[in-house]
Design a protein around this ligand. Sequence first.
Ligand SMILES: Nc1ncnc2c1ncn2[C@@H]1O[C@H](COP(=O)(O)OP(=O)(O)O)[C@@H](O)[C@H]1O
Ligand SMILES: O=C(O)C1=C[C@@H](OP(=O)(O)O)[C@@H](O)[C@H](O)C1
Ligand SMILES: [Mg+2]
Length: 186
Amino acid sequence: MKPRLHKTVMMVGMMGAGKSAVGKELAHVLGVPFVDSDAEIERAANATIAEIFSRDGEAFFRDKEARVIARLIEGEPCVLSVGGGAFLRADTREKVSELGVSVWLKADLDTLWSRVKRKDTRPLLRTPNPRQTLADLMRAREPSYAQADLIVATTADYAIETTALKVVEALAERPDVLEKLESPPA
Ligand SMILES: Nc1ncnc2c1ncn2[C@@H]1O[C@H](COP(=O)(O)OP(=O)(O)O)[C@@H](O)[C@H]1O
Ligand SMILES: O=C(O)C1=C[C@@H](OP(=O)(O)O)[C@@H](O)[C@H](O)C1
Ligand SMILES: [Mg+2]
């Protein structure tokens, strides 16, 4: 029998950590819906994240992001992957700590860079030296990510499925979040 999830799991961490990819797999394993705040914002705005950043500005995006997360964290338990900047807001961290559980997918810079360099979809990395920008963001953001309820380390050689199972193991340490349902005796 599948374990029962009592609280929404919010995946946080740097761009390229695998929040979206691992979050989707985790939701599948747990049998709950998967929501990605970036995808929700893009759908509502009918525009890509890069278009929203250039048309409306980062502050506008951050407000939308905080509002989407505040709405979803109140709903039925799901896996919620958010953008890398979302957990920097104290009001978001407070709401998630009260109603959900946050998981920091922690990866080293080389792993992050190998995953983000292939795509040009992240506006914050459209700089003359995007690897350095990623390193600077990582250093500035780690104190916020470190406030997550759970930390799961990933490396370049972990498959998406392996990391998702590591998150399940971490959640299993919290019976208030993940209730293990034993099969009824035959
Ligand atoms: N082992 C892995 N774990 C997570 N992502 C991986 C892995 N291997 C390759 N990827 C790829 O890395 C890219 C970045 O992952 P993504 O889930 O978009 O990260 P995030 O949402 O944290 O920015 C995706 O294309 C994903 O499929
Ligand atoms: O780190 C950030 O500030 C951002 C991360 C992106 O999401 P991913 O972390 O899923 O790439 C996206 O929200 C936007 O480009 C800003
Ligand atoms: Mg993502």
